[in-house]
Design a protein around this ligand. Structure first.
Ligand SMILES: [Fe+2]
Length: 260
């Protein structure tokens, strides 16, 4: 099967993603080896730090990446990863963000160094985005919790119609033991819509790894569930359709094996 990767920093020299064109070429080669057919390029956009000119540069580099990716048989769509900070309203008012191409989906992130907090600030941010007619996709949800996952809060996000994305690398333990545990907890609870790579580098632990993670997860969960997370729902997103909830089934046989 092919994969659609809706979160990746493949565009070079515009954020903390690929440091050079050469790196981007190697990353695209790896993406191809991983059977990734479509990539949404999601450079970081930080409200308050970037102006219209910066956004133009980002969009231009995404166009460069689109052309480059044709050599690898990979389709690239434009997008961004909007950091939700105190200046985010200004960014929303001044169009300083990039929706996933031809859709109303907007990939957003919070500060992974802090927990989500209890003051509902995050909920206000997300609600404002929804008021503009967009659907937030919350990037790497498993990375915002320190000691314990607040599953109820994630369920509330889902009830609000937000899309939950988890990093493939979290299942491999690359974001730490806690993020790994939370990624599995979210999957067991059926609280993930999409798994994406969040690729930043052409090698090492932040390089494209969707095939490896698919192989790992299909040993533990049923094929349809993982297929929905890594292909069907990403396809719904780029087609601007609603995502499907997943049904998590594990065979008794699979349950007998130690999972992690
Ligand atoms: Fe990212």
């Amino acid at each position: 099967m092919a994969f659609i990767d809706i979160h990746g920093h493949y565009a070079w020299q515009i954020d903390d993603g690929m440091p050079s064109l050469e790196d981007a070429k190697i990353a695209l080669e790896k993406a191809k080896e991983n059977r990734i057919s479509t990539i949404v390029a999601t450079p970081h956009v930080v409200p308050g730090n970037q102006n219209e000119e910066d956004l133009k540069q980002i969009k231009k580099r995404i166009e460069d990446l689109k052309l480059l990716a044709q050599n690898y048989g990979i389709e690239v769509l434009a997008g961004c990863e909007l950091f939700l900070n105190h200046d985010y309203l200004e960014a929303l008012e001044n169009d300083l963000y990039i929706l996933i191409e031809n859709t109303d989906y907007l990939l957003v992130e919070f500060d992974v160094r802090n927990e989500l907090g209890n003051e509902n600030e995050v909920e206000d941010y997300l609600y404002e985005i929804q008021l503009k007619g967009y659907t937030p996709i919350i990037a790497h949800v498993e990375r915002y919790f320190k000691d314990e996952l607040d599953l109820e809060r994630i369920e509330d996000f889902i009830d609000c119609g937000y899309v939950i994305q988890v990093n493939a690398t979290s299942f491999l333990g690359y974001h730490g033991k806690h993020a790994q545990k939370f990624a599995y907890q979210l999957l067991d609870a059926g609280c993930i819509h999409v798994i994406a790579s969040d690729t930043h580098r052409c090698d090492g632990h932040r390089s494209p790894c969707l095939q490896q993670v698919f192989n790992l997860l299909v040993k533990k969960y049923n094929y349809e569930t993982i297929h929905t997370l890594m292909y069907e729902n990403p396809l719904h997103i780029i087609n601007n359709e609603e995502v499907e909830p997943i049904e998590v089934k594990q065979s008794l046989f699979k349950k007998l094996f130690k999972r992690r």
